[in-house]
Design a protein around this ligand. Sequence first.
Ligand code: AKG
Length: 325
Amino acid sequence: MDMVTQHAPDLGGNAFIGSPSRFPEYLSSLERNGFLCVPDFASPADVQVINATLHKLLRDGTGFREGARRDLVDPNDSLGSDSLTELVLPHNYAPELHQTRYFADALRLARTILGPEAEFAFDHAILKPALHGAQTPWHQDEAYQSGPEQGRRQIAVWMATSAATVENGCMRYVAGSHLGEVLAHRPYQGDERVHGLECIDAFNPDDIVYCPVEAGGIVIHSGRTLHGAGPNQTSHARLAYIVVFAAPGTVAHVPREFSWLQRPAEAASQRRRQWLMRGGVLIEFARKVRRSRQRATNGFAQHLRQALMRRIRERLGARDSSKVR
Ligand SMILES: O=C(O)CCC(=O)C(=O)O
């Protein structure tokens, strides 16, 4: 099999965000392939803050007791597991992650792709420890979804907080896989104790595209794009911060029951249940309130920005037409 590496389009830093005229080019790549690579998206300052914040949360074992930290492939999922470590909703412990310029830019990008109503849906961090970080099994994000989130239009914005290479487990995609159905999955290696899913349907290995990116680069994929990442064979950890945005009101008409989701609660879900019963519900409620306040603030800021842009355009228009006269 020939390995194909995507040559990311040169977007000139954040030029993509500032020049909507180039957007159709990139959007069509996302529509055609199901993924898109944007180098240099986050500023070095934001990357440094996000990287340091996430590493600290992971080092401290944050979220383990409430089931937010888990190992995606280790069946014994304990605090000491370090095959493929995930921290779910890290902004619960570090709200500053959502106050970065990076987050605002990613939200703006999501709204350009999914429409102005798109909102933050989920975030997580995934760490592949140095030398032995496991591969991320091939999967579609939609295969994890049940209930009201099923079938929604969404994108995941995956950001490398340090360089992601073929050797340390950069993202890899099956081009065009988002155009088909949700494929058959199972818990990794058929072990029901494991949270991570793996796709068990066949796909053409020639369609695999590797997406290495420097720190601050992003790759974007849709909910149905088949993807995974190789193991970490280097002496440095590979860490990614992933934010999912979704358009409201796009749920599946006929909810599907995925057989691979019908299984006993895994260790992390059991920890979460216990934590909720011991008072965690109150903490969850407070987090929901904080999130909706943040959403309102973002909405207000967006409204102000749009009004300002309208004013500027009107002013410029008036000046141009006065020149003509
Ligand atoms: O970071 C990884 O290894 C995998 C990320 C992933 O599967 C995702 O963002 O959906």
